[in-house]
Design a protein around this ligand. Sequence first.
Ligand SMILES: *[C@@H]1O[C@H](CO)[C@@H](O)[C@H](O)[C@H]1NC(C)=O
Length: 144
Amino acid sequence: MAFSYGAQGFVLLLMAASLLAVGEAKTIVVGGSEGWRFGFNYTDWALQNSPFYINDKLVFKYAPPSDSSSHAYSVYVLPDLWSYITCDFRRAKLLANERQGSGEGFVVVLNMWRPYYFASGGQNGALCSEGLMKFFAVPLPRWN
Ligand SMILES: *[C@@H]1O[C@H](CO)[C@@H](O)[C@H](O)[C@H]1NC(C)=O
């Protein structure tokens, strides 16, 4: 009995916390002034900028492909940890194509309590692996 009440209380607390998170959400530019580009260590960036909270907004900023740059960046969500580790895009979901990062950037709202495995597609996975263009975020409920 006591355990059951405790579990219900915990779930209620989590629900309340995610409601409270609405007013507190932050907007965070991925990579800061570096934006979303080849060779910047986003794993490190994510560590430095953790934790993320539910309803925080991540902004991916990158230039579209041009004559002076052969890179075509994009934003995918990979389905699980293993595809993230191996930069396997076969079941990945495209969030933003190579043109959607320009201007104010592409906004992703972390509105679910789950791991988000982000990576750039392109060059047969090389932007993700050699280019370090991947990180994951597990947004937490906000308690204040
Ligand atoms: C990127 O940063 C992570 C976390 O700080 C580190 O473990 C990793 O070795 C770095 N990768 C490269 C290629 O520097």
